[in-house]
Design a protein around this ligand. Structure first.
Ligand SMILES: [Fe+2]
Length: 261
């Protein structure tokens, strides 16, 4: 099974040339599924969401999407009255989606909040109800690979520490270990990296993607991740945009250790 992990598209602050290159690459690579881990728009306007809808509709495969902090309106009343109204209207009503397909069982969690007990409302949070939802999801999951999708990352790249606060993040890390989640996909930092965390006999890969098509680049160009999975093996290609196309700049192979029962 092939999965493309794209993040931080930021429609409204996107580069149309990169957008077209990404669309062409995804159509050509033909993954079974595209996962978009939030910040689909820049300012959560109807025009931006409509542009995102067009992009997703042009993809021939299923798209699994969760919101990011930029998918909430800015400082207007809508943010407080109906924060995800436009997101739901244009994309999907479920903010914490779930999908079982082939060797993967995927759970998405919305970590964006209309308000936070912090000066920076771009940060994220996870609630106890969401952690229970994760536990419930994976209690009955039988697929070999358990994947959690978040917008806000729980790790930071070693070479480029970026301060991201996720309220209840430590509790979520415990849930991830308890539920033996194999892969956590995230974005937000506009920086691609893979960190691993070993808990007792289980290893979790924390995979972050750069911004897929926005002009808001930091140390890396635009990019995305391509995951190829069998029941026991995983290969992750990290691609970046250079000279008008996306190419692999790093690849990681991982074998799922046998579970001792
Ligand atoms: Fe973000």
């Amino acid at each position: 099974m092939k999965i493309a992990h794209i993040s931080d598209l930021h429609f409204g602050a996107h580069d149309p040339t990169v957008r077209d290159a990404l669309l062409a690459h995804l159509i050509d690579a033909s993954p079974n599924l595209v996962i978009a881990s939030g910040d689909i728009t820049q300012s959560a306007t109807d025009v931006e969401f409509a542009a995102a809808r067009v992009f997703f509709d042009e993809l021939p495969m299923e798209v699994f999407v969760i919101p990011g902090n930029h998918d909430l309106p800015g400082m207007d009343l809508t943010r407080f009255i109906n924060p995800f109204g436009r997101y739901r209207h244009h994309l999907i009503s479920e903010l914490n989606p779930e999908l079982a397909a082939g060797p993967v069982h995927i759970k998405g969690i919305n970590t964006a909040r209309r308000v936070l007990p912090h000066w920076n409302w771009a940060n994220g949070a996870v609630s106890d109800v969401q952690r229970q939802d994760i536990a419930r999801t994976f209690a009955t999951a039988s697929a070999p690979w358990r994947i959690l999708v978040l917008h806000h990352p729980l790790m930071s790249p070693k070479e480029f520490p970026l301060d991201v606060t996720v309220f209840n993040g430590q509790a979520l890390l415990s849930t991830i270990a308890e539920q033996r989640i194999d892969i956590v996909l995230a974005g937000h930092q506009h920086h691609a990296y893979i960190e691993t965390r070993q808990d007792t006999d289980h290893k979790t890969l924390f995979v972050s993607a750069s911004t897929a098509m926005s002009t808001r680049i930091r140390r890396q160009p635009q990019g995305f991740n391509l995951l190829e999975l069998t029941d026991t093996t995983l290969r992750i290609d990290q691609l970046h945009y250079a000279d008008g196309r996306f190419t692999t700049f790093e690849a990681l192979s991982h074998v799922k250790p046998a579970v001792s029962l």
